[in-house]
Design a protein around this ligand. Structure first.
Ligand SMILES: [Zn+2]
Length: 146
């Protein structure tokens, strides 16, 4: 019996079991047949946020942002690059706080962009303000122990 990880599909949000050794090659969702990782962040909302945070066996890094926020645009470009580099070791996700005000309130987002790292359903750390790519990767690596 190989060691399997629960991976939440970024398209249909169903939970897949992926053998750890097959994670690097990505794989497709058993339900919707779309790739489990596409090298870019997944946009989450109130209906699927908890599913990703609580059911993913890999850490989930969330970028809380808003369309009117200048630094968020810089962060968005870096975040997409980071997704290509860091997935599938972790899942990168985005929450538009202008639309998802309930999530922003629930997680006490006071300034944007805010990056929050979740592991096993718990927020383990967050950082406010835009980061460049090396700083972002450093910050994450220190926290996930890689
Ligand atoms: Zn799917």
């Amino acid at each position: 019996m190989s060691d399997a990880l629960h991976i939440v599909c970024p398209h249909c949000h169903s939970v897949n079991r992926v053998p750890r050794e097959r994670l690097a090659s990505g794989g497709k969702c058993g339900r919707c047949k779309q790739p489990l990782f596409e090298g870019e962040p997944v946009n989450l909302d109130q209906t699927n946020f908890a599913q990703h945070i609580q059911r993913s066996d890999i850490p989930v890094l969330v970028d809380f942002w808003a369309p009117w926020c200048g630094p968020c645009k810089m962060m968005a470009a870096v975040f997409t690059q980071a997704a290509a580099r860091l997935q599938p070791q972790l899942r990168l996700a985005k929450v538009n706080t202008e639309v998802e005000q309930g999530l922003a309130a629930q997680y006490g987002i006071r300034s944007i962009p805010t990056l929050a790292l979740f592991m096993n359903g718990q927020e383990v750390d967050r950082v406010a303000g835009a980061l460049d790519l090396p700083s972002l990767i450093n910050w994450v690596s220190q926290r996930i122990g890689r």
